[in-house]
Design a protein around this ligand. Sequence first.
Ligand code: FPP
Length: 239
Amino acid sequence: MSGSENIPRHVAIIMDGNGRWARERGLPRVEGHRAGAESVRTIVRAAGEVSVEFLTLYAFSIENWIRPRSETSALMKLLSLYLRNEVRELNKNNVRLEAIGRLGDLPETAQREMDAARRATANNTGLTLILALSYGARAEIVDAVRSITADAQAGVVKPEQVDEALLSSRLYTARYPDPDLLIRTSGEMRLSNFLLWQMSYAEMWITPTLWPDFRKPEFLKAIEEYGKRQRRFGGVEPA
Ligand code: FPP
């Protein structure tokens, strides 16, 4: 890829297919998640290399808590391990780590590792990596509405002041631009309660590849395809 291409500022990824990847190999599901963590490492580096500014990864949805306890605790352990081991690599690649979601739902160890990793990478100026953890878009919108209604009740916000910008400013993503490109692996054609408000105009790129097999060449292909898309935001194609 040459530097002249149209690079999305913000890429969001639904990392799906870890379980199927493991099943195809007769392995426990957690092995799929482990292999998926390797893809995370590779894609974070690749995103930084092509100057993507924000990368949001759907690492654990609020609905994922209904999975068997053995799987959720394995995922949380994997997350803690990733956070602990990855800081050095993130710093080497100038990546700033952040997180969105109901982070208070995470086990204390994971919360502590997240705080430490955030602090350790806070001054990096390259890619911002945002992990969505215990994240649900509807819960996020509910949290935003609660914060606005509390202000309305206190008389700080008037109903006529409630607009799209105000609601956006109360979402977990207030400090980030909306995603330009959504990548989903494993062929499923749905949004799965991910960044519903923010993705109103995102371009979508869906691949049958399972997340543990999704590596740099395919990521670059998605970026390249994005570069060819005509974004109209509800307007007409330019003459
Ligand atoms: C979806 O696959 C994936 C998840 C629910 C978790 C994603 C986690 C990782 C990629 C690894 C850990 C993350 C970090 C940030 C270190 P699935 O289990 O739903 O797969 P299936 O649909 O094939 O069952």
